[in-house]
Ligand binder design. Sequence first.
Ligand code: GDP
Ligand code: IMO
Ligand code: MG
Length: 432
Amino acid sequence: MPAVIVVGTQWGDEGKGKATDQLGAGVDLVVKFNGGNNAGHTVVIDGEKYALHLLPAGILTEGVTPIIGNGVVVDLEVLFQEIDELASRGRDTSRLRISSNAHIIPSYNRLMDRTTEKFLGKRQIGTTGRGIGPTYADKMNRIGLRVQDLFDESILRQKVEGALANKNHLLVKVFNKRPVEVDEVVAELLSYADRVRPMVVDASLLVNDALDEGKTVLFEAGQATMLDIDHGTYPFVTSSNATAGGACTGAGVGPTRITSVVGVTKAYTTRVGEGPFPTELFGDEGEELRKRGGEFGVTTGRPRRTGWFDAVVGRYATRVNGLTDLVVTKLDVLTGYEQIPICVAYEVDGERMDEMPMNQSDFHHAKPIYECMPGWSEDITGVRKFAELPVNAQRYIERLEELSRVRVSVIGVGPSRDATIVRHDLAAQGNK
Ligand code: GDP
Ligand code: IMO
Ligand code: MG
């Protein structure tokens, strides 16, 4: 009954999609447990590139049941766009299941997301504009719409009316916009009902039954530790729990069922949107790493901010997620650097800090203390065994392992499924 959680350890885009896809062969169910179509997960299979936003990466593997858990927020238009696109490329999407408790992103929350960002001015978060924040806010405010509401028109109407009563005041009186019509929203949502109905399940029951039957379940996170609403760089975060705990609440499984927690990290760091980033590189240096890594967002196309590996963030991610393994991706991108700095601690107002500062303001002022590792120049994209990596690349990985306090089990040396070095088999672990 292996139950493996896969989380991002940095600010997203670490390569979770590839990691999930790769584990796919040994997995029966893949459950997405948080976030929505703010995610952009890239999977490259036989040279074909797939960009998944809302759908779990497991959708690309035959025999895997992909599940959208209760912790996810679902934009129904995007759901069917993604399904139709995959179908047009010959992929079977019929196995997809959706929790009846998952919340729906109504169109008015996309409007609210973009409008409130504008009003934040200099304090804006740089959201993806997909309505994620307002939909999670509605959930917590208990005025959200759930997938199950699609099947009872009068309940749906009552809920939309309830949500809009408040929002229309804001839209009209504060934001100077036109009010949103209840009828239009209800009609749009109902137009998806028949197509969604066969996919809707009690996802918690399905997942727990599968675990009881000895099946392997993978829990796939959107976003990442430093974007987590509780543990990230608040307020420059997303609005869900992207850390391991979120897998339990977002899928309806107890913590006692989890057998391992796999963190995915880049061999360096990137971030999209606003917020602090101590190891960020600017100017030519930042541009160089962005170019080498092809660091442009999958969801919004925005250039990603780039910087060196931050081991304070790494240690923090190990702690808050209880990581058992680390997947280090994009090691190939560092080929050719003579020296590779690693941030081992911060200096804050003249004092050394080895752990994540407790205060957000300290984190904003944190200056990285670097240790430099010698680089390598050999092409490593064809390497499949750790011992065959250049010695300096091996040392780099061993140092990340030491500083992050978790073993590095898998190393990515290219975007495709097979460009991977496996040191410990992740999917088999729960069988120990
Ligand atoms: P996710 O959001 O965590 O799934 O990551 P993204 O898909 O947004 O970004 C990761 C990018 O890195 C994608 O373009 C992947 O194809 C690519 N990628 C993943 N692993 C590797 C690797 O080991 N080497 C290289 N060069 N690219 C990789
Ligand atoms: P994956 O799953 C990188 C960032 C946004 C913004 C902040 C809040 O591909 O790693 P939101 O729209 O969620 O309210 O935006 O979070 N963000 C991501 N950054 N990768 C992601 O997902 C992200 N999802 C959200 O850029 O700064
Ligand atoms: Mg991404």
